[in-house]
Structures are given as structure tokens and as C-alpha cells.
Design a protein around this ligand. Structure first.
Ligand code: PAF
Length: 283
């Protein structure tokens, strides 16, 4: 695996591979890699000739009160995990390399960025789409890999690619779960022992909401039932629990056939997110 820090060097490395029509995968990350990132890299490895992983803590997606400076970083560990997962090029640019000049041009992620997780993080998804667009231009990947755990991010990236005609296929990688159904996350360690026992209820509630919706076609009933389940069986407080169309994240309507059921739940020291994507064909 090669570590590359400049855009020019990465583009020179990739030039020959592009000329040879190699299938190039991009796995964007902010580093501090964990099992979720390895899963993305391994999926990329399977379907492509080359895997490029970016490792860049992107300042433009952090709000003024969010701790950009203290975001965890550990490049030595990242190098080991990335290389074991089959990455060919680890792209680790500096902030100056990615943002050398500021012409004031911004990406506005639109209404779907202001709901769900975006409601509490104004401008966050503008920054995500900005850096992802730059990475798409720099790497020109055939396929780009994102976790379905961050379903709103994945949806917005799909909309970006659709609306701005990026010649890349977006591959959503399914959520990896613990044996009891809790979505894996590096944040799960912040749950108390009691909360950890309760947390699988989140996925059970989403599953029940999905089943109820497909059976009764009653969104309000399905959502309320899931909220009640989380509120009675856990000590968590629900930030949101919503059923929306996917990937445009609009209110559902009779023609909607792809759905996102998503929730965020606050426990004492951590906020967990989870979701289910499903289609009407599952009836
Ligand atoms: O999901 C993340 O880690 C980041 O939002 C991404 C996609 C790498 C952009 O900085």
C-alpha cells in the first residue's frame, strides 16, 4: 500500500490505471479506522482492480461548536488497518492541500440535508458534499463506497451524483450488526452496561415499524408504535424516528416504493443512530 499526500501525485499514480480502463474504487473516510471502514474497503476490494482510500478529517463539515481539532486521529493505526483490508493507495492530504484557496464557491445540499441528523448540524452536509465532490474529481473512481449506517449521507451523495452527473456508481454497504442486532459503532463503548442491554431494542423497534407499515399502510401508527417501544423498553430519548422516501428523503406518498426508516436515540453519554432501508415489493 502506498501513502500519498498530494493530489498531483495521486493523479499521476492513477493515470496509467485509468488509461488501462481499470476499475477504481474510492473509499472516503475521516480516518481513525474501525471495522466499519474495513468492511467498506473489503467490499471495494472484491469488485474493483484498485482501491483508493482517503483519510482526511474534513474541516468544512464541522460546525463552529463541533470539535474539529479534537477529532481522533491515528495515522499509524489507520495505515495498518487500511493495508490489511486490501487498500492500494491511502490518500492523506493536508487541509492546505485540499483547500489551498477559497473562491467562496459552496455546495448547497438542499432540503434533504436539513432534516433527520442534518436538523441539528446546519451546513454539515454542504461540507460533506464539498469534500466528496473534490475526491470524485481527484480520483475519478468507477465505484465509491459509503456505509448505509449513515443513511442520510448516503442518500445525499446519491442525489449529488444524480443531480450533477458524476460518472461514478455509489455503492451502499449494509450495516454490520452485533449478534443481538445492535448496529456496530465505535460509540457503543460509551453506553453503560444497562444501556448496552437495552440498545438492541432500537433495531427491534425499527423492524416492528417496518412490519407494521407493510401490513397496515399506516405510517403514524407504525412510527408511534416504535417510539413507544423504545421509550418503554430503554432509558433512551428519541431525537427523531421517521419514515421517508429514499433516496430523496421526502414525505412518503402513495407512489413511494423505496423507504428509509431512521432513528437517532440519546443515551446518557452517547447518541446512537440506526435505520432500515426497504422497498414496497417486500409486502
Ligand atoms: O462519513 C465520513 O466519514 C465523512 O462524512 C466522509 C464521507 C468521509 C466525508 O468527509
Amino acid at each position: 500500500m502506498k501513502i500519498i499526500t498530494t493530489i498531483v501525485e495521486l493523479q499521476q499514480e492513477l493515470e496509467m490505471h485509468h488509461l488501462e480502463n481499470k476499475k477504481i474504487a474510492l473509499v472516503p473516510t475521516m480516518g481513525y479506522l474501525h471495522e466499519g471502514h474495513s468492511t467498506l474497503a473489503k467490499a471495494a476490494r472484491q469488485d474493483n482492480d484498485l482501491v483508493v482510500m482517503s483519510d482526511f478529517v474534513n474541516p468544512t463539515q464541522f460546525g463552529p461548536n463541533e470539535d474539529y481539532e479534537n477529532y481522533p486521529r491515528d495515522l499509524a493505526r489507520d495505515e495498518k488497518i487500511a493495508s490489511e483490508a486490501g487498500v492500494d493507495y491511502l490518500f492523506v492530504p493536508t487541509v492546505d492541500e485540499m483547500y489551498p484557496a477559497d473562491g467562496g464557491i459552496r455546495i448547497e445540499a438542499g432540503p434533504a440535508s436539513k432534516i433527520l441528523c442534518g436538523a441539528a448540524r446546519p451546513g454539515h452536509f454542504n461540507g460533506v458534499l464539498q469534500v466528496v465532490s473534490k475526491l470524485f474529481h481527484i480520483v475519478q473512481p468507477t465505484n465509491a463506497y459509503f456505509g448505509q449506517k449513515d443513511a442520510q449521507q448516503l442518500a445525499l451523495i446519491k442525489l449529488l451524483v444524480r443531480d450533477y452527473n458524476f460518472p461514478v456508481t455509489i455503492c451502499g454497504v449494509p450495516i454490520v450488526r452485533e449478534d443481538d442486532g445492535l448496529a456496530k459503532s465505535s460509540r457503543n463503548v460509551f453506553l453503560t452496561a444497562e444501556e448496552r442491554k437495552q440498545a438492541p431494542v432500537i433495531q427491534q423497534a425499527l423492524q416492528q415499524a417496518k412490519d407494521n407499515f407493510l401490513k397496515h399502510h399506516d405510517k403514524e401508527f407504525a412510527i408511534q408504535n416504535a417510539i413507544d417501544m423504545i421509550e418503554t423498553k430503554t432509558s433512551g430519548h428519541i431525537d427523531y424516528l421517521e419514515l421517508r422516501s429514499y433516496p430523496d428523503l421526502q414525505e412518503i406518498h402513495p407512489e413511494t416504493n423505496q423507504f428509509l426508516l431512521a432513528t437517532a436515540v440519546y443515551f446518557s453519554n452517547v447518541r446512537l443512530i440506526d435505520n432500515i432501508l426497504f422497498t414496497i415489493e417486500e409486502i
